[in-house]
Design a binder for this molecule. Structure first.
Ligand SMILES: *[C@@H]1O[C@H](CO)[C@@H](O)[C@H](O)[C@H]1NC(C)=O
Ligand SMILES: *[C@@H]1O[C@H](CO)[C@@H](O)[C@H](O)[C@H]1NC(C)=O
Ligand SMILES: *[C@@H]1O[C@H](CO)[C@@H](O)[C@H](O)[C@H]1NC(C)=O
Ligand SMILES: *[C@@H]1O[C@H](CO)[C@@H](O)[C@H](O)[C@H]1NC(C)=O
Ligand SMILES: *[C@@H]1O[C@H](CO)[C@@H](O)[C@H](O)[C@H]1NC(C)=O
Length: 274
């Protein structure tokens, strides 16, 4: 049980983004933070960001989250905070990557690389645009030490064995995120459980996001050939791509510590290089 598969949901604070000015509807995404389309939808900066982790079931999570009528998901991984070339384009570009959503919908993007990206929660290490400076200033207000255990214990359940987390590199990153974001803005989904039995995990996600309970058993059916659950929405059935549907295989305990060490070394050298 050494391998750890998890998806991490983050709710950026409501005031994290520059305010939208509804009195000045702009025709394109270049100037405002909200662009309203004639069909009533608009692109908005995300209220939910799936920040990690790679192979933690994040594709499955965003697909399942899309089953809810109050959620609009970005099509692709945006890589705004972790790719310099994207980051340089600024908030208007980030906005342009967002899905068209109705006012009552929450916008979500997933970039699992954010979680381990040393850049994201470390404002001093980079030149910041005005917008993200504001973003980080907000985050600083929440800065305090928060124990990981509380994030992993929600609804009376322990989502992940946190002994495993303690031993893993994720621990370091989680500590880092918790310095900048309040506890109640982070939710961890057990990636293995999500694939094995999606409904209970999705009910927890609904509760965390304070969404009307909507996702139910009829949204999932087990495909015996594939060996995992597929999704059903408005009578239409779709399966996740095989490699995405399955949680990553457990790493044999014997080789696990060595692999972790390697990952840790390459990651810290990256940290020192920036
Ligand atoms: C943003 O709006 C200002 C004032 O309306 C205008 O001068 C500027 O060119 C706009 N910028 C972009 C990128 O459209
Ligand atoms: C609304 O318009 C946008 C932009 O053209 C489009 O991408 C989206 O699918 C439309 N949504 C609906 C519900 O019509
Ligand atoms: C994990 O580590 C923290 C801090 O090092 C410690 O307080 C906690 O008891 C540990 N939890 C487990 C389950 O080992
Ligand atoms: C499950 O959700 C679907 C779509 O929202 C709804 O039509 C159906 O009645 C629900 N089923 C149950 C058992 O609640
Ligand atoms: C179940 O999976 C198999 C193998 O990938 C596929 O051929 C089949 O269409 C799937 N059936 C359903 C009902 O999704």
């Amino acid at each position: 049980a050494a391998a750890l598969s998890m998806s991490v949901l983050l709710l950026p604070p409501a005031d994290a983004w520059p305010p939208a000015d509804p009195t000045e509807p702009s025709p394109d995404a270049d100037n405002g933070t909200t662009v309203t389309h004639p069909n009533g939808t608009s692109q908005r900066l995300p209220q939910i960001v799936i920040i990690g982790v790679r192979k933690g079931g994040t594709r499955a999570l965003i697909e399942m989250l899309s089953l809810h009528s109050s959620v609009a998901a970005a099509q692709n991984e945006v890589h705004f905070f972790d790719w310099e070339s994207h980051y340089q384009k600024g908030i208007p570009w980030y906005l342009s990557q967002m899905p068209y959503a109705f006012p009552e919908q929450l916008t979500v993007e997933k970039t699992p690389a954010y979680f381990t990206s040393s850049k994201v929660p470390k404002p001093t290490e980079r030149v910041l645009s005005d917008y993200t400076q504001v973003f980080y200033n907000r985050l600083q207000k929440h800065k305090r030490y928060q124990p990981i255990e509380y994030v992993l214990v929600r609804d009376g359940d322990i989502n992940l064995g946190y002994k495993a987390l303690n031993r893993s590199l994720y621990y370091v990153h989680m500590q880092n995120w918790l310095q900048y974001f309040p506890l109640d803005s982070i939710h961890v989904v057990d990636g293995d459980e999500l694939i094995r039995d999606p409904l209970p995990e999705m009910k927890k996600v609904e509760r965390f996001l304070k969404l009307e309970p909507q996702i139910n058993a009829s949204n999932f059916y087990f495909n015996k050939t594939k060996g995992f659950y597929c999704l059903r929405e408005h009578g239409k059935e779709r399966c996740l791509h095989d490699s995405k549907g399955r949680a990553h295989p457990h790493v044999a305990p014997a080789i696990y510590p060595r692999k972790l060490k390697l990952t840790f070394q390459s990651c810290t050298s990256h940290l020192f290089n920036i």
